[in-house]
Design a protein around this ligand. Structure first.
Ligand code: ADP
Length: 402
């Protein structure tokens, strides 16, 4: 059996999976792991394989040590990189800027280009570059591939991609809508031709990726024509801890009147707002319990969340004109049937009717949740970004070694 290794390096963590690219979205990976609290006084490795979980706590000074040690621990468990055949390594890279419209085989030049994009994603790209460098050092003979979160939105038409900010300033600083979660939107949208039995280039669809981060996309004939995240992942829908769209004037107001620095406002809007900023929790299972217990703040958070989601769905219906399907995916989208029901409630006059029984089916694969007479079909399609990255990486590696 051959596997792809998929790495997702964050500022203080590395997530990885060793998986068969032929898996389906809901298959468990062969092995997976999480390296946490890199750079802190106590770090943690969690490895999973065949139903077993192995946890080791020790200091992890940097990404290089984190990844090398994770490989050692995997080897002790019998599934290290030299004990299984790894044919490709896929790296999730958050920002591809205007430079990358699709996955790329990594070489020194491409790594430098990703490094040059750090100003656009100062919180994410440095960790991505670290992860790439360490993994290329440890596995020098395997092709490495970068898969960009922004890639799918590279083709956004100018009207959707450009902001009405002073054009000179915007061009000088690379300010435009890049969009994120592209791998997920593309992955679920590509299931539609089979599910609708219709050619991809004739399908208009809206994809709703509702996880802790959340975004939506309008897709015409397989090409994204609009998306809710912007130059950064802060824009658009209300999220677990992020504001989504707010009046940018609020930032000036806080800077002038609340004695807050730019970094404090950044943290406020990215980590202390959204559902959590109202309800104190960002997990929708807890939020639901709080609403059922009559918690007013939880209800307020949920109402704002749904209001904003419906606003985007309505706007994308107009943008697309004719819509064939709406798809829910990611943690909230796949599991929270109440969110799906409320997001699309009372839209019969627009051709959308959810079937309450289908909406409650367990989350074990792609499924239709609209009624048979609903003109617009509504689906839940489990996303699997790691699998999508594994497939891209394997495909490009095969082309390279071809
Ligand atoms: P991310 O990848 O952005 O961290 P996920 O797509 O994994 O997020 O989604 C995580 C979120 O999904 C959780 O914070 C929680 O709100 C929601 N979620 C997960 N499982 C359930 C469930 N069974 N019911 C309701 N919400 C759920």
């Amino acid at each position: 059996m051959t596997y792809a290794l998929v790495l997702n390096s964050g500022s203080s963590s590395i997530k990885f999976q060793l998986l068969d690219p032929g898996n389906s979205a809901t298959d468990e990976p062969f092995a997976s792991g999480l390296v946490e609290q890199i750079g802190e006084s106590s770090g943690r490795f969690t490895l999973k394989h065949g139903g077993d979980k192995h946890v080791v706590e020790e200091e992890i000074p940097n990404h290089s040590v984190g990844l090398s040690r994770a490989f050692e621990l995997m080897t002790e468990q019998g599934y290290g990189p030299s004990q299984v055949e790894i044919t490709a390594v896929g790296h999730r890279v958050v920002h591809g800027g205007l430079l990358f419209s699709g996955p790329e085989i990594l070489n020194d030049e491409i790594v430098e280009m990703i490094r040059d994009l750090i100003p656009l994603a100062p919180l994410h790209n440095p960790a991505n570059v670290d992860g790439i460098e360490v993994a290329r050092r440890i596995l020098p003979d395997v092709p490495h591939v970068a898969v960009f979160d922004t890639g799918f939105f590279h083709s956004l038409p100018p009207a959707a991609a450009l902001y009405a900010l002073n054009h000179e300033v915007a061009v000088e600083h690379g300010i435009r809508r890049y969009g994120f979660h592209g791998t997920s939107h593309e992955y679920v949208s590509q299931r539609l031709p089979e599910l609708l039995d219709k050619p991809a280039d004739e399908i208009n669809q809206i994809t709703l990726h509702l996880g802790n981060g959340a975004s939506c996309a309008a897709i015409r004939g397989g090409e994204a024509i609009d998306t809710s995240m912007g130059m950064t992942p802060l824009a658009g829908l209300v999220m677990g801890t992020r504001t989504g769209d707010i009046d940018p004037g609020i930032i000036f107001h806080l800077a002038r009147n609340a004695d807050m620095s730019i970094d404090e406002i950044d943290t406020l809007m990215n980590k202390k707002s959204g559902v959590k900023g109202f309800a104190g929790v960002n997990d929708f299972r807890e939020l639901r319990r709080m609403i059922d217990d009559g918690d007013r703040d939880a209800w307020a958070a949920y109402s704002i969340y749904i209001h904003q989601l419906r606003r985007y769905i309505g706007s994308y219906m107009i943008t697309l004109g004719n819509v064939d399907a709406i798809t829910f995916t990611a943690g909230v989208g796949e599991n929270a049937s109440f969110v799906r029901a409320d997001a699309l409630a009372e839209l019969e006059m627009y051709g959308i009717r959810i079937d309450p029984e289908r909406n409650e089916l367990p989350n074990d694969g792609a499924r239709l949740i609209s009624t048979d007479d609903s003109r617009i079909k509504v689906f839940v399609i489990p996303t699997n970004e790691e699998l999508a990255i594994a497939r891209y990486a394997t495909e490009l590696a095969e082309q390279k070694t071809g």
